[in-house]
Design a protein around this ligand. Structure first.
Ligand code: ADP
Ligand code: DAR
Length: 364
């Protein structure tokens, strides 16, 4: 029996007028939708669930399966070109060569900064988080255990896994969980995020979720967040390039594990839940003090200048959080798709210089 989508289609028509910034709603075309078979109609509307429930969304959709981007090419090509400002037939290319010279912020007159570079990865043979059931989520966590055992035995990456799954042999305590969050080593409860909840990404919380953290707390692998995996290196350092190189080594070590095949596409690069992360799935960030640009506690001026340099400003707790009381912001390149990993790192390096100069110019 085909589902009656009359109410949803009416809501979409209303949101087209009332939510102009909601990319998914604006890209949705009812005439195209009505050409789809019933199962695909259900599947594409599931992708829009978050943007339908949260009109203030900027992206407004998440893919539920790795092949959604090809299966619904008409819709996602529009979404991707609108968000990433790329041609509708754009093809992503990755490049991990790294910079030709060291990137040492000491040369910019800066002290060691908190630097974090993360990539999202999804296993090719499981649904993406918004379409997973409890068994899928548990299967993901189980599949990662031999990988974590191998990392734990590696002198470069030794550490341990902290599970949030009730009854898991590595289940972490509530206090430890919150301490890990406070140290930016673990993600917050997903069911407190309205976008992830409406998308289904927070489903079955906290089953199948956890984080691998190295003993020196610089290597972190999240399991079961917005993507199946968020693989990251984070440290307080002056050398951006060394974080990049360490992440590349960590990824090589993980990808050498026979149990894992990641979802990738010749056209889109690394497949991710959110279209904003497609391609590199990389966010490279620093916590940078901008006391003059954020005078009065507002991040408005810092965001304007950052945007002009292809950068985003987030708060100290990451997305949807406030900047630091001392004017410290989370600064990172905005682009993920049709940019290489090396180019993202270079954009962060040049962006740090530009924002520090802009901050200094306020008082000169
Ligand atoms: P993501 O970066 O994975 O897209 P968020 O922006 O929400 O997600 O950040 C996730 C966590 O990582 C937050 O606790 C945030 O404060 C932390 N974080 C991000 N960048 C840095 C950084 N450069 N130094 C320390 N913590 C960071
Ligand atoms: N609230 C979502 C955020 C999209 C980008 N951030 C991610 N993927 N964490 C929106 O659609 O605006």
């Amino acid at each position: 029996m085909a589902t009656d989508h009359t109410e949803t289609l009416a809501r979409l028509a209303n949101l087209k007028a009332s939510a102009p910034q909601n990319i998914a709603v604006q890209a949705f075309d009812q005439q195209w939708f009505e050409t789809l078979p019933a199962t695909d109609q259900d599947r594409i509307l599931a992708c829009l669930a978050s943007g339908l429930a949260n009109p203030d969304s900027e992206m407004g959709c998440y893919a539920g399966h790795a092949d959604d981007y090809d299966r619904f090419k008409t819709f996602f090509s529009d979404v991707l070109s609108h968000h990433h400002k790329t041609p509708s037939d754009a093809v992503h290319r990755s490049d991990w060569a790294g910079p030709s010279a060291p990137m040492d912020v000491t040369a910019l007159g800066l002290p060691p900064l908190s630097v974090r570079i993360r990539v999202g990865r999804n296993l090719a043979d499981l649904p993406l988080p918004s379409a997973m059931g409890a068994k899928d989520r548990q299967a993901l966590e189980d599949r990662m255990q031999p990988v974590f055992t191998a990392l734990a035995a590696d002198p470069q990456f030794g550490g341990g896994y902290h599970s949030l799954t009730p009854g898991h042999k590595a289940e972490t305590s509530r206090d430890t969980y919150h301490s890990l969050i406070d140290r930016h080593l673990m993600f917050r409860p997903l069911d407190t995020d309205p976008y992830l909840t409406a998308a289904g990404i927070a489903g079955n919380w906290p089953v199948g979720r956890g984080a691998y953290v190295s003993h020196d707390q610089t290597v972190i692998i999240w399991v079961g967040e917005e993507d199946h995996l968020r693989i990251m290196v984070m440290d307080r350092t002056t050398r951006l390039d060394q974080i990049f190189t360490r992440l590349r080594g960590l990824l090589d070590r993980i990808e050498a594990q026979p149990v894992l095949e990641f979802a990738t596409s010749a056209r889109f690069g690394n497949i991710t839940s959110c279209p904003t992360n497609l391609g590199t799935a990389m966010r490279a960030s620093v916590h940078l003090a901008l006391p003059n640009l954020t005078r009065g506690g507002s991040d408005k001026t810092a965001k304007q200048i950052a945007r002009a340099h292809g950068l985003s400003v987030r708060g100290m707790g990451g997305e949807h959080t406030a900047i630091g009381n001392d004017g410290t912001v989370d600064l990172s390149p905005s682009a993920r798709f049709c940019i290489t990993e090396t180019e993202i790192l270079i954009r962060l390096w040049t962006g740090i210089q530009a924002l520090k100069e802009a901050d200094q110019a306020v008082i000169d």
